[in-house]
Design a protein around this ligand. Structure first.
Ligand code: NAD
Length: 482
């Protein structure tokens, strides 16, 4: 059991008592979150969990999502999430599609709608698509009958709060809105742990007396379980930019180590050894230095492209080029992985059965948005390979992502069955379970020569080689029998 889950279970009994008492009294605050996704759901569940004195409602335009949040089959997989939701749901945590009612009743409104990369018009492929966010702002303005604190939770371009203020203040002069920025830093796969014990909570606001009062309300909410020293307050623009910059820095680290992994493969250096040597420098640190098939997820690429777009908008072309390089290296790493497979397997994959171990963009999530698996699966099918995909949580999403090439893909829950009869296995997600499989058994069931491409460097390469596999790690010399 992970520590966060253990802590949560211990705290649940005590908390249930508090909520029982809480249900007898009037709630101290009425909080609404618009957008019941990967951020809105878990963040609000944590607030409800830690603050039984508040009533928290999460609304969404997607009725199916809300139905799932109210069911025993939550719409997203996160370790520990179910326990937190079940402890509060229908007590002080509610999921609903009635957005208007939610806005009318709330005094604090978190906006956590999606802000994907724009796919049309000016800035297509780079800028953030703010249509969902803007519709929400207008809806808040049109429905509000009393003052609201509106909190930007979504990741947004710098100065978006200015636009939010303009929309909110137009046409509804009956009501005053305070806009705060409170970007979310949780990482999928560890969301509950991150929310329970965040590295920091960032709150941006104006400096007016009124804005500072609104900011204090949000500080007070988080202070229910986060140390005050970890709650940082800044001006609005610093807060908005910090989120984009933080994601750019994280992605840059991955692209840096991946770039070096390409050089390792040419020079017989070992990326694991190099990463250890680099990471022991306390100025650099050892986190996030694992070479891999490339980063995915809904945020890194979109947020960097958004940053690049902003830099170009302000005429900072050199800065834009620098950050764009992080995305270019990531694309290159995915490309390289497929080309290595093709070269190793005698330059033809046509008709070969290839098994993908993992499709989620990282372990402990079912999320496949921007997963390297999507790109790699498509490239392999382009080479006329037949794919078998296995993943403990992401197969439902994989089916949607690859719908248009489904005739070339089989989906199987059992990794042994998936590997059977394959010419090669490609490990694309670092799920713990893939470390501990019986690879002797898998080897016996595969076509020969059998290949393993370890896109996460999680396997024992020497052992696999000794069994008979041809092993291709990332950033290390391959171990081959020919
Ligand atoms: N996923 C992450 O790990 C993560 C981490 C930090 C920040 N963020 C940021 O948080 C924001 C939300 O991300 P997510 O992953 O939760 O997205 P998501 O797509 O999972 O959820 C967004 C939800 O908003 C709903 N929505 C859209 N328009 C709406 C409207 N007008 N009214 C009501 N609901 C509406 C959608 O139906 C969807 O359910 C994004 O800006 C993202 O960049 C995400």
């Amino acid at each position: 059991m992970i520590p966060a889950e253990a802590g949560i279970q211990n705290a649940t009994a005590q908390r249930n008592n508090d909520v029982e008492k809480g249900s007898m009294m009037k709630f101290e605050r009425n909080i609404l979150c618009i957008g019941a996704g990967y951020v809105g759901g878990p963040t609000m569940a944590m607030i409800a969990y830690k603050c039984p004195q508040y009533r928290v409602t999460v609304v969404d335009i997607n009725p199916e999502r809300i139905r799932q949040w109210n069911s025993s089959n939550l719409p997203i997989f996160e370790p520990g999430l179910e326990e937190v939701v079940l402890a509060c749901r229908e007590k002080n945590l509610f999921f609903s599609t009635d957005i208007e009612k939610g806005i009318k009743e709330a005094e604090i409104i978190f906006v956590s709608v999606n802000t994907p990369t724009k796919s049309f018009g000016a800035g297509a492929g780079m800028a953030a698509d703010l249509q969902y966010w803007e519709k929400t702002a207008r809806q808040i303005r049109d429905c509000a009958e009393s003052p609201k604190i509106v909190v930007e939770k979504s990741t947004l371009p710098v100065k978006t709060s200015l636009a939010m203020e303009r929309i909110l203040s137009g046409e509804n002069d009956r009501v005053y809105f305070d806009v705060l920025s409170n970007p979310e830093f949780l990482a999928e796969g560890t969301a509950i742990k991150d929310l329970e014990n965040p590295d920091r909570v960032l709150i941006g606001s104006h400096e007016t007396k009124r804005a500072l009062k609104a900011r204090e309300v949000l500080v007070e909410i988080y202070s229910n379980w986060v140390d005050r020293e970890k709650i940082i307050t800044t001006n609005l623009w610093s807060s908005e930019l910090s989120k984009l910059a933080a994601n750019a820095f994280l992605a840059q680290r991955i692209s840096s180590i991946n770039a070096i992994s390409a050089l390792c493969e040419k020079t017989d250096a070992d990326i694991g050894e190099v990463a250890t040597a680099i990471g022991m420098d306390s100025r650099v640190g050892d986190k996030f230095l694992r070479a891999s098939v490339g980063f995915g997820g809904s945020c890194f690429k979109k947020d960097i492209l958004n940053l690049v777009y902003l830099c170009r908008y302000y005429g900072l072309n050199e800065v834009a080029d620098y950050w764009e390089g992080v995305v270019r290296i990531n694309d290159y790493q995915k490309d390289r992985f497929v080309l290595n497979m093709l070269n190793a397997m005698f330059n033809t994959l046509a008709g070969k059965r290839i098994c993908l171990f993992g499709f989620a963009f990282k372990a402990n999530t079912g999320d496949t948005r921007e997963s390297p698996g999507i790109f790699i699966a498509r490239e392999l099918v382009e080479e006329q390979a037949e794919l078998v995909i296995t993943d403990p949580e992401a197969l439902e999403n994989a089916r949607v992502d690859l719908k248009d090439i489904e005739q070339h893909i089989t989906y199987l829950d059992d990794p042994y069955e998936a590997a059977e009869g394959s010419h090669a296995i490609a490990v694309l997600t670092e799920w713990e379970l893939y470390r501990d499989l019986d690879y002797e058994r898998i080897y016996q069931s595969m076509m020969k020569p059998a290949f393993i491409f370890d896109g996460r460097n999680i396997l024992d390469h020497r052992r696999l080689f000794a069994m008979g596999f041809n092993v291709f790690p990332i950033g290390k010399a391959p171990l081959t029998h020919f």
